[in-house]
Ligand binder design. Structure first.
Ligand code: PLP
Length: 336
């Protein structure tokens, strides 16, 4: 099976499995897992932040970032396409008690002006104050779109001027860094908190990092525990994360290259890709996504149906050139 449903389907590499098997571990709830501590220090340094925390998932990283930087009844501004708005079981409302003010845009991005137009800072008994803005880089539903550094910087300025926090859901931040040629620490510098996933294109079996200042991360740690995310000998997972950061980062570029080749080959056959796809995520217009998904699966290619008229294809480290070429042939046969 050639599995193009998501970059979350990646299997731990052989080297990663060795690193996991050999990891030195301790009880992380006591702060005593040396491998977790090493990963957290490594990630904080990579992002130029005071502190970093390992969490079980990107969803929990976002949630604790929201909890740690807001109060129930506050408003958060984010894209209508944002993962926490679309795909995290309404946890912002149900767990964090937040009002959500969305900004429409097919690429999942917005501008400083969009934010400024929506901010509520007045101390008025009728209103819910905006205390947090959240961006997503790259954007999942936006076809892996990347934020320009200056756009993030401009939004950060609006946040600073209005006493609001800025969070970046950087589940795939390193994919963005490759395209924009901006190091992750520069994006992180604009944001109060930034999270990224170890378990997507980087290939770890689980785990996300949230980075920020010490005081915010202390609150994030409390919320992680409250949500049941206090893990014990999680150095086994941290070892996978460290291995991914040390060995798998560069290969993300290969995923982008294969996505480009795949797209060009099938555009040449008349398929329509409704969004630009600068990284590893592609959307393709089809008449009947469910039927196409089943037919592709019968021919050994798995994709995600997406709404009424699209399927999603994601390139990742377990798809080599051969699998990419094979998937193009199957698409030509089934979809074109
Ligand atoms: C942009 C984005 N943020 C957050 C998440 C959530 O990550 P997880 O599946 O680890 O909870 C995802 C998962 O696909 C994502 O694409």
């Amino acid at each position: 099976m050639i599995d193009l449903r998501s970059d979350t389907v990646t299997q731990p590499s052989v080297g990663m499995r060795h690193a996991m098997a050999e990891a030195e571990v301790g009880d992380d709830v006591y702060g005593e897992d040396p491998t977790v501590n090493r990963l957290q220090d490594y990630a904080a340094e990579l992002l130029g932040k005071e502190s970093a925390l390992l969490l079980p998932s990107g969803t929990m990283a976002n949630l604790v970032a929201f909890l740690a930087q807001t109060h129930p009844g506050d408003t958060v501004i984010l894209s209508e396409e944002a993962h926490p708005f679309r795909y995290e079981r309404a946890n912002l409302a149900r767990v964090a008690g937040l009002m959500i003010h969305t900004i429409p845009d097919t690429l999942g991005k917005f501008t400083a002006k969009d934010v400024a137009e929506r901010v509520v800072v007045e101390d008025d008994p009728h209103l819910s104050r905006t205390t947090l803005v959240s961006i997503e880089n790259t954007t999942n539903r936006g076809g892996g779109a990347c934020w320009e550094f200056y756009d993030v910087e401009a939004i950060a300025a609006v946040c600073r001027n209005n006493n609001m926090r800025l969070h970046c859901d950087g589940a795939r931040i390193f994919n963005a860094c490759i395209v924009t040629n901006v190091e992750a620490q520069y994006y992180a510098r604009c944001c109060d908190t930034l999270s990224f996933c170890l378990s997507k294109g980087l290939g770890a079996p689980a785990g996300s990092i949230l980075a920020g200042d010490k005081a915010t991360l202390k609150r994030a740690l409390d919320y992680r525990k409250m949500l049941g995310g206090g893990m014990r000998q999680s150095g086994v997972l941290a070892a996978a994360g460290l291995y991914a950061l040390e060995n798998h980062l560069d290969a993300l570029e290969e995923d982008h290259r294969r996505a480009r080749i795949f797209r060009r080959a099938l555009e040449g056959e008349g398929l329509r890709f409704p969004l630009p796809s600068p990284t590893n995520i592609l959307y393709i217009e089809v008449n009947n996504p469910e039927r196409v998904t089943v037919a592709l699966k019968q021919h050994g290619v798995r994709v995600c149906p997406h709404g009424t008229g699209r399927i999603r294809v994601v390139f990742h480290r377990d798809i080599d050139d051969h699998a990419m070429a094979q998937s193009i042939e199957v698409f030509k046969q089934i979809v074109c």
